[in-house]
Design a protein around this ligand. Structure first.
Ligand SMILES: C/C=C(\C)C(=O)SCCNC(=O)CCNC(=O)[C@H](O)C(C)(C)COP(=O)(O)OP(=O)(O)OC[C@H]1O[C@@H](n2cnc3c(N)ncnc32)[C@H](O)[C@@H]1OP(=O)(O)O
Length: 719
């Protein structure tokens, strides 16, 4: 796990060998301890170089080991002993030096980085802090403000930025190990005392308290409810105000509170869930690692509304040439200007030149005959989409992939109107598509494995977290949203207010509560869908009992809000009122309060006091309950996929893991018991009826989330 060689007759070269990222597993720590002892005790050795195999220095502690008992030499004393050694040690950093990997580099007396390397202390993103001395050494090296920013955000820096900050001593484009060996030979005669970071004093800014206060406030705003960034601030404060020996004790105490927290477990689960999500398997046996995706060089986007524009930008900025199609000249010109502006701003932000030459705009589908792939992003209307797919089928060459950015319509029905159903797939982007990281890749029953592999790989190329899902109304994300938002509106009937429900959900950690979110998205979209499905509007039979539709409980309050022309932020009125159309500052509206009171008295509903607990349980347990049904139906392959969709597409707080992980943390037995309780109180709300899978898991002793799959029948798989 750590290879030892003697090079240039006097330099010990220690290579970490733990693919793929040379993480500091117990075996690697053991290997470092052994090889360092050997180097320090061999009189022939005058200096040491530490590097990593396969072009990666070190990706930090082995995160998988966090869930088991601690084995092997602990990292902190091991690192302290490297720094204290009497022979110069040089870190040769290639690829990445992250977390414990950077902490290892910080105890080396010198650091040489390859020009393409990235460095950082991302522990905070795992609910932890850099507890192998990182919070104490980095401030001594680069000062409090810069260290605070890197440690509280977990941001990776390029080697050029690391050089500017003073984290590394030299950046090279050559073989970093060879450069480091030469460097080490030159360092032999030099004193080491000033190179031991733990012995340095911290350059402390005069306005330390104000700085720490400002960063704390920023964290409370941006990372609502997260413990780790605040603990990082406290650890850096210790570096600024205490000697190293005390600071390191404080670092360990803070780490101990974080390490066993539910937040750390959730964030570490998210790390692996995100990586698991790309690994799809079909019932046929075809899977992600044995299916070659097609190469996509050119694409077309149909429709230049909000979604189409974002998709065009996402494609062009990764070097794919794009033909964008609109139905009339005015819309095309508006779309052109918007796309160019978005691409230019994006390029400016990234410090690259905008790839405007990759864009073409047209009014005719006839110009699409040679593209490799088409993404349709027209209005969410099945008849319109079918017409587009029929036309594409005639125009495009037979090998062109046809994708739909539908948010919930039947992808197989679209495939059915084409001459190539195996090349049809859903690519459900989230708005705004050039910003949001989630992509649901909706596999129809006839989508070929090559088509799936191509859509997944294109998503990855566009920087998206892509999740393969099955085809059903609403797919995973929007299907689950319905029970969640239904519960919120039922709670309005019973006595809650939009601002009360939103506050509870935002305190839980959601970026936005359900009503604020629907004001942002626009209330008219759902209204139109409900009208088309016969749930509201003139087609509803007047003999239909009030507050019931299609045999189920139905809450017409959202329709009543829309009937008043309140479509959300864009109209300046929705569940809240705003200063102006397009305004974002939501204020409670007495008219909504009035509407709710009138509604309740019309139907004889006596408003009751609704607790925060009931809001959380009804909204979130109904959400997870639908997730269990989705797993049962084979629409998602794993609970991790659902959780990734909810984090990246719906603002579910990452430090809670996602709806399925949250349910597992609350305890499946408790979730079942509460759902049974609420279903008894609302027998006509089917979403509150516990799903068979939830019951089965509880009956099997509530296994950990990673084992749920073993209890899911695979015969239903839609993937
Ligand atoms: C206290 C805490 C201390 C001291 C710590 O050090 S905590 C760990 C801090 N380090 C990190 O947070 C880095 C995590 N890793 C990454 O950010 C990335 O993996 C990477 C930038 C190092 C490489 O990215 P990429 O090339 O895209 O590869 P993947 O992310 O797909 O990773 C490849 C596989 O390696 C597994 N992996 C990565 N890092 C670790 C790790 N630190 N411990 C255990 N396993 C790790 C990752 O899960 C992938 O596994 P598979 O999916 O292939 O099974």
């Amino acid at each position: 796990m750590a290879r030892y060689e003697l090079v240039k007759r006097s330099v010990a070269l220690i290579t970490l060998t733990n693919p793929p990222v040379n993480s500091l597993s117990s075996a690697v720590r053991h290997g470092i301890a052994k090889t360092m002892d050997r180097a320090l005790s061999d009189p022939k050795v005058t200096a040491v170089v530490i590097c990593g195999e396969n072009g990666r220095f070190c990706g930090g502690a082995d995160i998988r080991e966090f869930s088991g008992p601690m084995r092997g030499p602990p990292l902190l004393p091991l690192l302290d002993s490297i720094e204290a050694g009497e022979k110069p040690v040089v870190a040769a950093i290639e690829g990445v030096a992250l977390g414990g990997g950077l902490e290892l580099a910080l105890v080396c007396h010198y650091r040489i980085a390859h020009s393409k390397a990235r460095l950082g202390l991302p522990e905070v993103t795992l609910g932890l802090l850099p507890a192998a001395g990182g919070t104490q050494r980095l401030p001594r090296l680069i000062g409090i403000p810069a260290a605070l920013e890197l440690i509280t955000t977990g941001r990776h820096v390029s080697s050029q930025e690391a050089l500017k900050l003073g984290i590394v001593d030299q950046v090279t484009e050559q073989n970093v190990c060879e450069v480091a060996v030469e460097f080490a030979l030159r360092a032999v005669a030099k004193p080491l005392s000033s190179r031991r970071l733990s012995a340095l004093t911290v350059p402390c800014p005069p306005d330390l308290d104000a700085l720490l206060e400002a960063v704390t406030m920023q964290i409370q705003k941006k990372a609502r409810g997260m413990m780790a960034p605040l603990a990082c601030v406290q650890a850096v404060r210790a570096a600024a105000t205490m000697p190293y020996s005390q600071g390191i004790k404080r670092e360990s105490e803070l780490m101990a509170t974080l390490f066993n927290s539910g937040q750390a477990r959730a964030l570490q689960y998210c790390f692996f869930a995100e990586r698991t999500a790309g690994k799809w398997t079909l019932p046929s046996g075809a899977q992600w690692n044995d299916t070659k995706p097609r190469e996509i060089r050119s694409a077309a986007v149909i429709g230049l509304g909000t979604m189409g524009r974002g998709i065009a930008v996402s494609l062009a900025r990764v070097g794919i040439s794009v033909i964008a199609v609109e139905s009339d000249k005015k819309l095309m010109e508006t779309g052109r200007q918007m796309v160019i502006g978005m691409l230019e701003r994006d390029a400016k932000r990234r410090g690259v030149s905008a790839s405007l030459n990759l864009l073409k705009f047209t009014l005719s589908l006839q110009n699409l005959k040679d593209v490799d792939l088409v993404i349709e992003a027209v209005f969410e209307d099945m008849a319109l989409k079918k017409r587009v797919f029929q036309e594409l089928s005639k125009v495009c060459r037979p090998t062109t992939l046809l994708c739909s950015n539908t948010s919930g319509l039947d992808v197989d029905a679209l495939a059915g109107v084409t001459d190539r159903p195996q090349l049809v797939i859903g690519m459900h982007f989230f708005s705004p598509a050039h910003v949001m990281k989630l992509l649901e890749v909706v596999c129809g029953p006839r989508s070929s494995s090559e088509t799936i592999a191509t859509a997944m790989s294109l998503g990855k190329r566009m920087g998206k977290v892509s999740v393969a899902v099955g085809n059903c109304p609403g797919f995973v994300g929007n299907r689950m949203l319905k029970p969640y938002s239904d519960q919120a509106t039922f709670l309005l009937e019973e006595g809650a207010t939009p601002e009360q429900i939103d506050k509870v959900l935002e305190d839980f950690g959601f970026a936005m509560g359900v009503f604020r979110m629907s004001d942002l998205a626009g209330l008219d979209v759902g209204w139109r869908v409900r009208k088309e499905s016969g749930l509201t509007g003139p087609d509803v039979d007047p003999k239909n009992p009030p507050r019931r539709r299609q045999g189920r409980k139905y809450c017409p309050i959202p329709d009543m809000v829309c009937e008043q022309g309140r479509f959300g932020q864009k109209t300046g009125r929705g569940w809240y009122m705003y200063d102006k159309p397009g305004g974002t500052n939501a204020k409670p509206d007495p008219l909504i309060q009035n509407l709710l009171e009138t509604y309740r008295s019309r139907y004889g509903i006596k408003p009751r006091n609704i607790t925060d607990q009931e809001i959380i349980e009804r909204c979130l347990f109904a959400l997870a309950n639908e997730g269990f049904r989705i797993l049962e139906d084979g629409i998602a392959a794993r609970p991790e996929d659902i959780d990734v969709i909810y984090q990246f597409g719906y603002g579910f707080p990452r430090h809670r893991g996602g709806p399925m992980f949250y349910a597992s943390m609350v305890g499946l037995e408790r979730v079942l018991e509460r759902l049974e309780h609420y279903h008894q109180a609302h027998p006509d709300v089917s979403h509150l009826e516990p799903s068979p899978l939830l019951k089965k898991l509880v009956a099997c002793g509530s296994p950990p989330i990673q084992k749920w799959r073993e209890h899911i029948k695979t015969m239903h798989s839609h993937l």
